[in-house]
Design a protein around this ligand. Structure first.
Ligand code: SF4
Length: 162
C-alpha cells in the first residue's frame, strides 16, 4: 500500500496516559479523540519517549519545572531531543512531511506554548539550529477524554490539515 509520507510527532502520554504523574491522567489509555482524528487522516504518529517516566518512574511526585531542572534531567532531555531531531531529519531526507509537534500545555517537560517545558526547550532550540521548521500545538489543560473537546479538536484539524 502507498504510504501517506506524513507524520506527526507527539508527547508520549497522548498515546499512553499510564506514564502521567498520579493523579493527573485524563484518559484511561490514549487520548482517543486526538488519536482518532490523526489516524483518520492517514497520518503516522511518532511518539516521543516520556522523560519524566524515564527519570523518576511511575511513583514520582508532581514537581514543577524548577525542581526538574537538574543537570541530569537536562542531559536526558538533550539526549532525547538529539535523537528526535535525527529521526525528523531521516523523514525529511526521505520525502516525508513532518506535520509538526504536539506537546502538553503546562507540563514542566512537554509544554510548548507559554513557559516551555525542559524537553521542548531543548528540542525546539535544536530544530532551529538544524533549520527544521516545526509547527507546534499543545493539548490544553482542559482536554479530558469524554468531555467537550470540540474547540481543541477544531484546532487540531487545522493543524494536521496540510
Ligand atoms: S513528561 Fe511529557 S510525556 Fe511524560 S507524562 Fe509528562 S507531559 Fe506526558
Amino acid at each position: 500500500m502507498e504510504r501517506s509520507k506524513r507524520v506527526v510527532f507527539i508527547s508520549h502520554c497522548i498515546l499512553n496516559q499510564n506514564t502521567v504523574v498520579y493523579p493527573l491522567a485524563r484518559a484511561k489509555g490514549a487520548y482517543k479523540e486526538i488519536i482518532q482524528e490523526i489516524v483518520s487522516k492517514g497520518i503516522g504518529i511518532h511518539q516521543l519517549p516520556c522523560p519524566e517516566y524515564r527519570h523518576l518512574g511511575l511513583k514520582r511526585k508532581p514537581m514543577d519545572k524548577l525542581e526538574y531542572d537538574t543537570k541530569e534531567y537536562r542531559s536526558l532531555c538533550k539526549h532525547i531531543s538529539q535523537d528526535t531531531i535525527n529521526m525528523m531529519k531521516e523523514y525529511l531526507e526521505n520525502d516525508c512531511k513532518v506535520i509538526g509537534l504536539i506537546g502538553i500545555n503546562e507540563s514542566p517537560t512537554c509544554s510548548i506554548g507559554g513557559i516551555k517545558g525542559i524537553l521542548m526547550e531543548e528540542l525546539i532550540v535544536l530544530a532551529e539550529k538544524e533549520q527544521i521548521v516545526l509547527n507546534t500545538l499543545d493539548v490544553p489543560e482542559e482536554y479530558f477524554d469524554g468531555k467537550d473537546n470540540e474547540k481543541f479538536i477544531k484546532e487540531l484539524r487545522e493543524f494536521i490539515k496540510n
